[in-house]
Write a protein that binds this ligand. Structure first.
Ligand code: WTA
Length: 654
């Protein structure tokens, strides 16, 4: 594990101008946070946030793991992201939108202000949305999604964005769990020059009884859609008559800002709840430190707003710091593998942030494409979502970054709200595939279950040992699940600490390398899928008696989903119910219940599953078989050890 990795020092010219200029400055900040934790955060909260009313307490841990940051304070996140920039940047581009077809639009901070205020007025006055109401957003990558988020923030409504790739069933589950009264959607959008649709998915999700009263529809592709009178309203028809000023609602620091559903190792997806002040503070601070965006820079993150990266690093973080953020509707490899680099040249992008899976696609489909474009504006390249493999890293560093850009391998999660472990581009010497050091203020450690520090090279549980401002505050409506999911596994000095679910290892420089999930979560193209969630859906197939799914390494996606299925009755090899039919049927159910992202690359039919005598499925064995590895685990404790050979035989033959 402790192999020596090459080290790349920060670019000197860049470091001179950086906010954190060298590793000594980093160490001093971290030392300050260690010695005076509350003083450190108090300093930044006062410096960064435009408070409507000051807070009286920096951190209240009396009810841990339920914590309060900046209690007593009042603020409004839309003011932090928009209004406060009007004095100095009203005509600066806030959002540059590039459509699928290469068309573009620029929205200045003043225009953003008008658009957010109008949308806030629309929600408040036409639909009666009030502080604390939940609004589900199911939208493509168009500027209106940012207006919708900030409009909710302005009036104190809690948004819950559902990724546009999720199916109507998944959307419905999230609507119900959050008890949302309004859905904001679009007719659809464009991908690879073709229109695709979202509104029909909403219609299906709302069939029957739901808490939703109204649907606001933004027209983007102007395709024909069904219209439910009295329920569906056109944004395009209503927005112009809204006033351009909407008084911001003064929000308590700990009022909820948004929910975002994510998969865990058990049960249904959980509504990760983020609150106001702590979240926006860390979104802004990490934007400034990790991407080091300067006043004249243009920053582009390729994520979708349906994921946390889109929330924190396309909308909230960049706008809170007054940056120019690019929003892209299309696909980075369309019309060809040079699209992303063409956009970097076109907008003179300084910071480019994407996922390893996208880097692998861009690398494999267009190794020399970056050389065709002028990428000299690039200063910082970011990655997020999964460990980045050395070939992808090297290509990103050498070919895209011309060996002069810092690569910030940012480790974080939906639950952490913002980056936790990442290089600082002007300060931290980097190593390929290594997230390096916790950011100043973040107390991360790698320990065993009892909280003992792991030695260099030994894998352990990656924990965050002190609360931080942007941490998850609750699982929506389920305090017990919040405690159990995050504070139930590891204790340090007898006190439960936040366990990320990831394994990690220290190297001899004290750098953190992330190994990956230690729980039953699969990371497909940087998207989290819970095994339990996929299994529950496959179990709905009437042919299926039992199922277990595991992740299998995949050259582009990182991991793909591999399902072991026990059937109720034998396949009908020469008839209509043959293997291909049943596999297609299973993937069809997954597509309908969750979405394309959860479809299985491999489905094998096995005679049984390896279970302990208490009935627990030994997934480790199944993972090894899926990878084609020899079984080293002890199988003697299994209820029926012979099943392992039987499964191996099926997999080898498939
Ligand atoms: C993984 C995405 C290695 C990790 C922001 C984590 C990473 C999960 C990295 C969170 C990284 C994220 N290196 N692994 N730089 N970043 N992960 O909630 O397993 O969609 O727990 O948030 O992605 O995924 P989520």
């Amino acid at each position: 594990m402790s192999e020596i990795k090459p080290v790349f020092k920060p670019n000197r010219e860049f470091a001179k101008e950086a906010r954190i200029k060298n590793i000594c400055e980093y160490n001093e900040l971290q030392e300050w946070a260690r010695e005076d934790y509350e003083g450190f955060w108090d300093h930044y909260a006062k410096e960064k946030i435009d408070w409507i009313e000051p807070y009286h307490t920096v951190l209240d841990e009396s009810d841990a793991p339920f914590v309060k940051w900046f209690d007593g304070g009042k603020l409004n996140v839309s003011v932090q992201c928009v209004d406060r920039h009007l004095k100095t940047r009203k005509n600066k581009a806030a959002i540059i939108f590039e459509g699928d077809d290469g068309d573009f639009r620029t929205i200045t901070y003043l225009e953003l202000h008008f658009n957010v205020n109008k949308m806030a007025n629309l929600l408040k006055n036409e639909f009666g949305v009030k502080k604390g109401d939940r609004v589900v957003i199911y939208m493509p990558m168009i500027p209106e999604v940012a207006y919708a988020m900030l409009a909710c923030a302005r009036i104190g409504a809690i948004h819950s964005i559902v990724f546009g790739g999720f199916s109507s069933e998944a959307l419905r589950d999230r609507i119900e769990d959050a008890d949302a009264r309004l859905v904001i959607t679009a007719d659809g959008a464009f991908r690879k020059e073709k229109p695709y649709m979202l509104k029909p998915v909403v219609d299906k999700a709302l069939a029957g009884n739901t808490p939703v009263e109204k649907v606001l529809v933004v027209k983007r592709n102007f395709e024909e859609i069904e219209w439910v009178e009295g329920r569906d309203y056109s944004y395009n028809d209503m927005i112009d008559r809204q006033p351009v000023e909407c008084e911001p609602e003064p929000m308590e620091s700990e009022d909820p800002l948004f929910l975002l559903y994510t998969s865990g190792s058990t049960g249904k997806p959980k509504g990760v709840q983020h609150n106001q002040a702590g979240y926006i503070l860390w979104a802004q601070m990490t934007m400034e430190w990790v991407f080091d965006v300067k006043e004249n820079d243009t920053y582009w993150c390729t994520a979708d707003v349906g994921w946390i990266t889109g929330h924190t690093y396309i909308v909230y973080g960049p706008l809170a710091m007054g940056a120019t953020t690019v929003m892209f509707e299309g696909v980075p490899t369309y019309p060809d593998a040079g699209r992303a680099w063409k956009m970097v040249e076109k907008y003179r992008i300084s910071q480019f942030y994407t996922a390893p899976t996208a880097i692998r696609v861009l690398h494999s489909t267009g190794e020399h494409e970056p050389e065709k474009y002028d990428l000299s504006s690039l200063k910082v390249l970011g990655t997020v979502g999964e460990p980045i493999d050395p070939p992808a890293w090297e290509w990103y560093y050498e070919v895209v970054g011309n060996s002069k850009c810092a690569i910030v391998d940012t480790y974080w999660q939906t639950e952490t709200g913002g980056h936790m472990i990442s290089p600082l581009p002007g300060a931290t010497p980097i190593k390929p595939g290594c997230a390096t050091l916790p950011l100043p203020g973040i107390m991360a450690r790698i320990v065993d279950v009892e909280g003992n520090e792991k030695e260099v090279g030994e894998e352990g549980y990656l924990c965050i040992t002190r609360p931080w401002p942007s941490q998850i505050r609750n699982v929506w409506g389920d305090e017990a699940r919040y405690r159990k999911s995050y504070f139930g596994d590891v204790k340090i000095d007898g006190k439960p600490v936040y366990f990320t679910g990831d394994g990690a290892v220290y190297d001899s420089d004290g750098y953190f390398t992330i190994i990956g999930r230690m729980d039953d979560v699969i990371n497909v193209s940087g998207h989290r899928m819970g095994t339990a969630e996929v299994e529950a859906v496959i179990n709905e197939d009437e042919d299926v008696a039992e199922v277990a799914v595991v992740g299998r390494p995949h050259s582009i996606k990182g991991e793909s989903i591999f399902a072991y299925v026990v059937l109720l009755k034998p396949l009908d090899d020469n008839g209509p119910r043959d293997a291909a039919y049943v596999k297609k049927h299973i993937n069809g159910i997954i597509k309908a219940e969750i979405g394309n992202i959860a479809m299985c690359d491999d489905i094998v039919f096995v005679p049984g599953l390896p279970k302990t005598r208490s009935g627990k499925i030994m997934r480790r064995i199944l993972r090894s078989i899926a990878k084609g590895e020899a079984i080293t685990q002890d199988t003697s404790t299994l209820e029926d050890p012979s099943v392992v050979q039987a499964i191996e035989k099926v997999v080898k033959g498939s």
